[in-house]
Design a protein around this ligand. Structure first.
Ligand code: ZN
Length: 278
């Protein structure tokens, strides 16, 4: 980061030096220099140029103009350096510790966190996102899509039951590749939902080919939701590609995350790096 900024500063300086030299020439012709002979020569040059209808050196660059250009060069230099150092500098001004960004993944155990819940279409959600979930489902249905809210909130106890059942069947090593350990499932936050099509309830990668998913992935951010486990980001999320799993993060963050093809982990890292933690 430091090296890029320094490079941009050198670039700005060398451009400025060039402009400074030109500006100094302009001043010479105005007689503000003691090199009399030189001034006369240049004035003669200017006159000759004027006779030929060509701009003399004084007309090419006068003081205020060169200053404007110099400032412009500095500004561009600073922008180039800032963009290179931080391509996400336009990220929204949010507090990463806000409730809507709570992170549950294989590396972040949320313990027995329990949100205040409300029921919607047979599922439970954090009461703070129910309105948005309902609005998204209704908007999709208005487009003729047969949306099913397939799985919302799951408690720590339910997750423990699911996990232990898999452990008894396959052993712990295999179990944790199939079911999230209790405390690490995003479903425990109450901020997400598995959304499928009534006529295509398969929860596998092929769901991405449905009209339902196409609409949902294009519009979810308008309601504050993101595709939480995108294709190609499995190493970042620790979870396979899940075109059915939508997570609430608020409209501002969702818009930014979907536009920049980020995961919630990557988005939050933008703020943690800033704070100097992790
Ligand atoms: Zn899910």
């Amino acid at each position: 980061m430091r090296r890029l900024t320094a490079a941009a500063a050198v670039l700005s300086l060398s451009l400025l030096t060039g402009i400074g030299a030109l500006a100094a020439e302009g001043q010479d012709t105005e007689g503000q220099n003691t090199e009399g002979q030189n001034i006369q020569d240049r004035n003669a040059e200017s006159r000759n140029a004027a006779e030929q209808n060509l701009p003399g050196p004084a007309e090419l660059l006068v003081g205020p103009a060169s200053e404007m250009i110099a400032q412009q060069v500095i500004r561009i230099g600073e922008e180039v350096a800032a963009a290179a150092a931080d391509p996400y500098r336009d990220r929204p001004d949010i507090d990463p510790d806000d409730w809507m960004y709570i992170l549950a993944n294989p590396w972040n155990d949320i313990g027995d966190y329990t949100p205040e819940l409300v029921s919607l279409e047979g599922q439970q959600f954090d009461v703070r996102i129910a309105e948005n979930m309902k609005a998204m489902a209704e908007a999709a249905r208005a487009e003729g899509l047969s949306v099913v809210l397939s799985s919302g909130y799951r408690s720590y106890a339910t997750q423990t039951y699911l996990f232990n059942r898999k452990v008894s069947q396959y052993g712990e090593a295999v179990a944790e590749t199939i079911v999230a350990r209790p405390g690490t499932s995003e479903h425990q936050t109450g901020l997400c939902c598995d959304i499928t099509d009534r006529y295509y309830e398969m929860k596998d990668a092929s769901l991405e080919n449905t009209q339902m998913y196409k609409w949902m992935s294009e519009h979810c951010d308008e309601f504050g939701f993101i595709v939480r486990f995108p294709k190609g980001k499995e190493d970042v999320t620790g979870i396979i590609y899940e075109p059915w799993h939508f997570r609430y993060v608020g409209v501002e963050a969702a818009t930014y995350i979907m536009e920049h093809d980020l995961t919630l982990e990557e988005f939050l890292a933008l703020y943690r790096d800033e704070a100097g933690a992790e």
